[in-house]
Design a protein around this ligand. Structure first.
Ligand SMILES: [Zn+2]
Length: 115
């Protein structure tokens, strides 16, 4: 099956991504940083504000989405579902120009559009 990707789905917002590195990019905010006093003891934590970017924020961050068949294994069976899948525009361009044919990021798809 051509033009398919493995599933990287966000359980927060339900969006699909070409890889975990792109997934990481859409998660922003703090996990809650430790606050130290003068002696270096932890006195508290900043608020946990980890969240998903909105689609608007993702586009501003240089991401885009396209319809792709996503490879999903359900009870041991290979299944393909069409979803909007997000990717980093710059990363894709870089992968195509500089390191095509050489696997540098195991999460990055092979995109063989012979247009
Ligand atoms: Zn998300």
């Amino acid at each position: 099956m051509e033009n398919t990707i493995k599933r990287t789905e966000c359980r927060g917002c339900g969006k699909f991504f070409v890889g975990t590195s792109v997934f990481d990019e859409h998660r922003i905010g703090s996990y809650g940083e430790a606050i130290h006093n003068a002696k270096g003891n932890v006195t508290g934590y900043t608020p946990h504000s980890r969240r998903c970017m909105t689609e608007e924020e993702m586009r501003v961050a240089g991401m885009d989405c396209e319809k792709k068949l996503v490879h999903i294994i359900i009870e041991g069976k290979n299944t393909y579902e069409e979803h909007d899948v997000w990717f980093m525009i710059a990363w894709r361009a870089r992968a195509k120009s500089a390191t095509y044919g050489k696997q540098t990021d195991e999460d990055e798809e092979e995109d063989n559009d012979d247009a």
